[in-house]
Ligand binder design. Sequence first.
Ligand code: ASP
Length: 325
Amino acid sequence: MSERRKFIKKSILGSAILVPGISGAFANSSKKELLGEKPLILSTWNHGLPANAAAISKLKETGSILDAVEAGVMDTELDMDNLSVGLQGLPDREGITTLDASIMTGDGSCGSVAFVRQVKHPISLARVVMEKTPHVMIVGEGARQLAISEGFPIEKEELSPKAKEAYEKWKVTSKYKPVINIENHDTIGMIGIDKNGQMAGSCTTSGLAYKMHGRVGDSPIIGAGLYVDNEVGAATATGLGETIIRVCGSFLIVELMRQGRTPQEACEEAVRRLVSKSKNIKDVQAGFLAINKEGQVGAYAIHPGFNFAQGTLSSNALIDSKSYF
Ligand code: ASP
């Protein structure tokens, strides 16, 4: 909480350092660009502030950007006030909380788990998939078995008090409709770059509240909820996973940056693509965060209300994203 109180709310340009005469791929951009300091960590929503603080502290301790993005989101996985991440998250329509997570480094290594139950830190299990198995994605009971074999504690399957109360209320009407609501989209996506340009990212969620049993969102899908490439940059997503998967959102942003777009331009184009490919877009929220290897930052969402935390060794600030509508 102390970190939350300390934050300075800034507009995206309010926090900018304007860089005249950036060369190379960005020279033709008509927009004034932001140049971030390195190391730099970005993460989605208000809980990004304490998560960034945990990531920066881990980076100082081990010097590893991968350790940093894992430790950062582990903080959110334990946040009892967050009903969209971790085992305290809102359940599916059967009343069961299932978790999705992914992790990736800029050399193309990646791992993810989906539809996993009873594991407090799915992000660490995703890291196990990346580092200790020949696979990229392990789901459901297989992921739980992997957790057991790796010595992860298996938690009792019961809803947190807040999730139970919300679920009991939801059961009264049992109407499923995604709504534009910050409370319903609290996934944490985190991307970071160290002082040497090494990048990594992580994404972890309990997914859409009251989803169908077995539904998996964008967060554990490499290229949808997360993508990292040291040669270009990194992107992560939050919001209605179905819309994000449809356009391979995070991969799309990295590829747009590869073609010369700035992170901001790439996020805006990805949202435009998403809007053009989705029905009932007025009813859904999704947002993207991106960083390039120069440390420039981008953020954009369909609707107002999306924000993110930007952390360096000496600062940690919450920033409002611009939006399509
Ligand atoms: N992206 C997540 C999902 O669709 C939801 C969220 O961001 O809250 O599972």
